[in-house]
Ligand binder design. Structure first.
Ligand code: SF4
Ligand code: SF4
Ligand code: SF4
Ligand code: FES
Length: 961
């Protein structure tokens, strides 16, 4: 029995470790009163008898039922007797009825259950003592529960005991000899994950679970989410890590450190060994579901590449020297002080990370503002969602998504623009697919035909395959149809929006130049398709918009975010469940890193540095005078470094050398620095240019909080000790103290208390409340003590919603004869961001190289075949990737991922950026493509530099005492 640490169990009497057999009905149902074994019970209408009994701690034996799946009624183990009814109905498929009287235990039921179990066991290996699931097997539990003592049918008849094991998946095995054909795996894949990779193949005795057309799991459509493994009541589907290490005996609830969905997991341990990550049913973002990354790809945390000792060197062409924490911190602080003494206060800065916790991020920006004495702080959100901050703040008054993830279950029409949820936000993608299967209409605006459009059992769906860089023209055309076809929600606009701004926008958007017919030449999307999409969204009832980096990473990223907000305001699709404007944040804590004051112009809580009242509050708590001028953004830091005025940089948990655009420019900037301090768990690409290397702690090694894409603050709990002895916040604190600015926190909860003291939207947040509630969605303050799931229900933070004028301006990055193709970039499911974590796991099996996808017609024109080496040249540089021909692309558009540093995807992306926020235009790069036979000049330089730096590290580690 696993001992669970679950704070809410104590607070709310909810036991997320218990399986109640069938799902709970939707909230709000009427109450039904019944009697089970003489106990009076009241439950919501729609509850099954099995669940009602379990809620009263009357545990009816069951096998095919589990509370994450709809009841199926196949095993008959859960049979009960109901007064006034004939026979023995299955309690999992029998709903409660007012006045019902149920008996769950008597001799006839006991005999019936023993008979059922006997049949199962007669075709099941009796190797319980050596089975990896021993102690964690529902079949074993049920055999005990029904009192099975003998198997009359013997084990000599026809059976499946010799069935061959499928070990193709790197993370779990499938041993059909142990299968009881309960279908839980098949139903989990259909209902929870939405992939439909499994079937029950054959009939009668020949029936068996099959992946695809009797394929190995790895060759099927399986995306390795783990839902079937989770659902399997036997050892048929079993994590390899449990086979290796044994059944865990304790667990800690924490939050996934990959994407912005922010799934909660139980880190299940045996002693100090992390055995498996199991999605936590009590997780408010994921409700017990997971994807391959969070569920299985945690091996990087114990990878031999982990940095475990601080290191220093005078210049980047020298070997590293392993030193104590004290020596490294003193070395870093002395260098920073010396540089400021020689080059001025503004000559140094720092970059926070969207992978680190809120508390760590808060502390880094505090270090910069209070100890460095300037506002030269920025974050990787600069290169992803900074236009969301600007665009939503301008129109709706708050820099955040408006909904919960659950809200999608009430959407009637869903627009997805420039996002790929099934790959980049997989657990939310599964939820969205569920709603689409229930009949919600789908509109996808994307240059590529993303997998969401291939959702099994998808109803009405439209793809608007626009040309990269033309988002604003498309959103204006949608707005034009809404206005000119009288599809507006006039009552909402009159009540909730600024009339003057609305009238200005209405006049602008109604101009014929914004019509779908006029825009078709720009976007390439047929006018009628745009008209149809606008009508669907505006008239569906609840229209919800989800968008990603395909919106923000453009020269008009901020304009497009405002265009999306305009559309939602005009149709009244804001301020209730099922609607809204929802940025899908890429990394685990992008929302949090923005909230925590990482940007150079904003203190935590988006309070402008020039605001004397806000600044004064920080000055009095921090005990220093703060600069009232915004500091440098990341691109400005790079330019200033090359010019020679910016000399030192502290980077925590971010790999700017790989993730920022125009790699050669970034490399030139990093090489120009006199002191680069990198704090990371690996020698990443940026660290190869560093003078001080401070080992970071992984998410399993620290306490803190992450804030996901729905503004949900989730606890991160320490599972194991930090491999280098310190949590990241402690390292930042040490650096501050060495610089002469005192910091004396003893636990991240104290940092959160300070955040709450200084940030109006966080005043009600504390670790104690997070323990009690599980999670909180900000704003959480005196007005909303339990947080705010849906924003803008009554009014906007700026009072009235403000329509913005969104003039389409074509990007300067255009295709021409020299660069005739447009390159756009994205992610895939198995890898995460720059790949530093997932490349050090078995996820490599799915994607061990970035490739260039191009349409067969573009390939034919150039004589390119699948797998050929292609030189890709832009105005910024050249790189070489292998070709993958794909009908998903439209002719003229090519696509690649950026998960492998040697691919050099960002060598070719340009310096173009969003006019308001400098967010790089990753999504549009004009390129030429030609067949080549060797790596690019940059790739050859990269390999040589990489080799030298790895060598320096290896030598330092060998020479260490
Ligand atoms: S791992 Fe996920 S996708 Fe694969 S078969 Fe199981 S439920 Fe389906
Ligand atoms: S593999 Fe497991 S879940 Fe699937 S049918 Fe067999 S026993 Fe049931
Ligand atoms: S969906 Fe995102 S947060 Fe959830 S398990 Fe996958 S990577 Fe982690
Ligand atoms: S648990 Fe009810 S029929 Fe199987």
């Amino acid at each position: 029995m696993i001992e669970h640490y679950d704070p809410r169990r104590q607070a709310n009497s909810v036991d997320f470790s218990k399986d109640y057999g069938t799902p709970s009905p939707y909230p709000g149902a009427a109450t039904v009163n019944l009697e089970i074994d003489g106990v009076s019970i009241s439950v919501p209408e729609g509850t099954s008898v099995l669940r009602a009994a379990a809620l009263a701690d009357i545990n009816i034996p069951k096998l095919c039922a589990t509370d994450s799946l709809e009841p199926f009624g196949s095993c008959r183990l859960c049979a009960v007797q109901v007064e006034g009814r004939r026979g023995f109905p299955a309690s999992c498929t029998t709903p409660v009825v007012e006045g019902m009287k149920v008996t769950t235990q008597n001799e006839r039921l006991a005999k019936l259950r023993r008979n059922v179990m006997e049949l199962y066991i007669s075709d099941h290996p009796l190797d319980c003592l050596t089975c990896p699931a021993n102690g964690d097997c529902e079949l074993q539990d049920m055999a005990g529960s029904v009192g099975l003592r003998e198997v009359r049918y013997g084990f000599t008849g026809e059976n499946h005991l010799d069935a061959v094991k499928d070990e193709s998946n790197p993370y779990f095995t499938f041993d059909p000899s142990k299968c009881i054909l309960c279908s839980r795996c098949v139903r989990a894949c259909d209902e929870v994950q939405g992939t439909f990779a499994l079937t029950i193949d054959g009939r009668g005795f020949e029936s068996k679970v099959s992946a695809g057309q009797n394929d190995a799991f790895m060759d099927s459509d399986c995306v390795s989410c783990g839902a079937c493994v989770q659902a399997c009541p036997t050892a048929t589907l079993m994590e390899k890590s449990v086979i290796d290490h044994g059944v865990p005996d304790r667990s800690v609830v924490t939050t996934c450190a990959y994407c912005g969905v922010g799934c909660s997991f139980e880190a299940q341990m045996k002693g100090d060994q992390l055995v498996r990550m199991v999605p936590y049913k009590g997780g408010d973002a994921n409700h017990g579901h997971s994807c391959v990354k969070g569920r299985f790809a945690f091996g990087y945390t114990t990878h031999p590449d982990r940095l475990t000792t601080p290191m220093i060197r005078d210049s980047i062409d020298q070997p590293w020297r392993e030193v104590s924490w004290e020596e490294a911190i003193t070395f870093a602080a002395n260098r920073l002080k010396a540089i400021q003494a020689e080059h001025g206060r503004e000559s140094i800065g720092g970059i926070t990370s969207s992978r680190c916790t809120n508390e760590e991020t808060y502390l880094v920006q505090k270090l910069i503002r209070a100890a460095f004495g300037n506002n030269n702080t920025d974050t990787c959100a600069r290169v992803c969602h900074s236009p969301t901050g600007y665009g939503l703040k301008t129109t709706l008054g708050e820099s955040a998504g408006t909904q919960t993830f659950d809200s999608v279950m009430k959407a009637d029409a869903i627009i997805v623009i420039g996002a790929n949820p099934t790959d980049a936000h997989p657990v939310f993608g599964s939820m969205m697919r569920k709603r689409l299967r229930q009949g919600a209409k789908l509109i996808v605006a994307d240059p590529r035909r993303i997998d969401l459009l291939k959702t099994p059992h998808l109803g009405e769906a439209q793809h608007l395959p626009l040309r990269p860089g033309t988002n604003v023209a498309l959103v204006n055309a949608l707005g034009h149809v809404v206005v000119t076809e009288d599809l507006e929600d006039k009552a909402f606009v009159a009540k909730r929006c600024d009339t003057e701004a609305y009238n200005r926008w209405r006049e602008f958007i109604a101009e014929p130049r914004h019509s779908p017919e006029a825009s078709e030449a720009i976007t390439g999307v047929p006018a009628e398709a745009v008209r149809q999409a606008a009508r669907t969204y505006a008239t569906a009832g609840n229209g919800a918009i989800y968008y990603g980096l395909g919106v923000t990473e453009h020269s008009q990223g901020s304009t497009m975010v405002m265009g999306i907000a305009n559309l939602a305001l005009a149709t009244g699709n804001i301020g209730r469940e099922g609607v809204g404007v929802n940025p899908l944040r890429g990394q685990n804590n992008v929302q949090g890193s923005c909230d925590m004051g990482s940007f150079p112009h904003e203190l935590p809580g988006y309070q402008h540095v020039a605001d004397p009242i806000a600044r004064g509050r920080f000055e009095s708590v921090w005990g220093v005078k703060l600069d009232d001028e915004p500091g440098l953004r990341i691109p400005n830091m790079f330019d200033a470094a090359i010019e020679g005025t910016f000399k030192a940089l502290y980077v925590q948990g971010e790999d700017i050398a790989q993730s920022d655009p125009n790699t050669q420019h970034v490399e030139a900037a990093l090489t120009s620095l006199d002191c680069l301090i990198v704090q990371d768990i690996f020698l990443n690409e940026t660290a190869k240019f560093a003078h001080v290397l401070l080992p970071g702690s992984s998410f399993l090694e620290k306490n803190g909080t992450f804030t996901n894409a729905e503004r949900r603050i989730n606890r991160v709990r320490k599972v194991t000790a930090p491999v280098a002895g310190k949590e990241d916040w402690q390292v930042t604190q040490d650096l501050a103290n060495a610089l002469g600015y005192p910091m004396h926190y003893t636990h991240p909860s104290e940092i959160m208390d300070e955040i709450a003291q200084l940030t109006p939207s966080f005043t009600g947040v504390s670790y104690a409340k997070l323990e009690e509630r599980g999670s909180l969605q900000w704003p959480c303050n005196a007005e909303y003590p339990l947080g705010m799931p849906t924003m803008h229900e009554v009014e906007f933070p700026i009072g009235l919603g403000r329509f913005a004028i969104t003039e389409y301006v074509a990007t300067e990055e255009r295709a021409n004869r020299r660069f005739p193709l447009l390159l756009t970039t994205g992610r895939i499911l198995s890898q995460y961001n720059v790949g530093a974590q997932t490349r050090r796991t078995d996820n490599q099996r799915w994607h061990d190289e970035d490739m260039l996808e191009l349409h067969p017609s573009d390939a034919e024109l150039r004589g390119v075949r699948d797998g050929d080496w292609l030189g890709i040249t832009s105005r910024s540089g050249q790189t070489v990737l292998r070709a993958r021909l794909s009908e998903r692309m439209q002719p003229g558009v090519v696509y690649t991922t950026f998960h492998h540093p040697g691919s050099g995807a960002n060598v070719i992306t340009t310096d173009n950026s969003d006019w308001a926020t400098n967010c790089p235009e990753y999504k549009v790069t004009a390129v030429q493509v030609e067949k080549v036979s060797q790596p690019s000049a940059w790739q050859q330089r990269f390999s040589a530099f990489d080799l030298a730096q790895r060598d320096y590290l290896a030598k330092a580690q060998q020479e260490a005492p």
